[in-house]
Write a protein that binds this ligand. Sequence first.
Ligand code: SF4
Length: 333
Amino acid sequence: MTVTLPGPTARRPGAARGCGVAGGTLPDDATRLDVPGAPTTTGEPAASGTPVGHARRAGAGLDGLTVADVDRADKLAAMRAGELGSVHSWELVTAVDGPGTRLTVFLNGCPLRCLYCHNPDTFAMKDGRPVTADELLGRVKRYLPVFRATHGGLTLSGGEVLMQPAFAARVLRGAKAMDVHTALDTSGFLGANATDAMLDDTDLVLLDVKSGDPDTYTKVTSRDLEPTLRFGRRIAERGLTGHAPEVWVRFVLVPGLTDDVENVEKVASYAASLNEIRPGTVTRVEVLPFHQMGRDKWDALGRTYELDDTPAPSAELTERVRDQFRAHGLKTY
Ligand code: SF4
């Protein structure tokens, strides 16, 4: 189903994708919204013939957002204050990145180097464009009727959102002041950067757990697993005494890299353990099949892409992995 909002539809090439989500199948109720400057899911078939939906988003850009014109010193001060962010792109999408129709904003800067990343152009914060929090919140305000009609909201993604915690906090606060549902898509590696106030303003955390085995995690991301685990536990524990965001765990399934039974089992056990800390913490698990759609960006950036020969997972493998999560009582897609 496609919903066209008033105004001309712009569609531009160049997929942008949220952090850590290298693949996936659009839910049956997934919807594409065509709005000026915010074309989104294409639903193009992957090599395996599986619709990849939100893994292949055309046209994400900065259209409609005014890029701030500031000199370097002012820029740094404004970024520290959270008034200015380094933004890669934004898009409007339904049934992914959280409930309802989402305005998903991709921020620049990431400390991880996931082998399968399909947004390597978000690695460096300096490569983003300066956008003010007020400008972004103006965009959120514009879509209030859409969010209300669809029970959607704002999702901050990346790159790694928590590279810009002051900016993220300001945008989340502004969104909550408008009573907008908010989501953070994060690897959790910089979870310590998320203040309690920020978590108070967050309704949903999309926690990308890239592997359960620490060595595999490091092989995939070049970083340590533990900070991610710690962040998830912190969220679960917060829920014992007050507000805590709901958590959706995301796991990218890469044949020969993350598909080992034990590795998957560790992610599933971890997700289930958060519900043992506080029942209802993890309300959903998304197993996202790897695909090759990020390869071109690596080539274009002159970076070495190591997964050239890695196939997309078979339907059987994907189901095996989903069943591993389900065996832990987790609602899994
Ligand atoms: S490198 Fe960063 S942006 Fe890319 S998938 Fe990993 S965490 Fe996400």
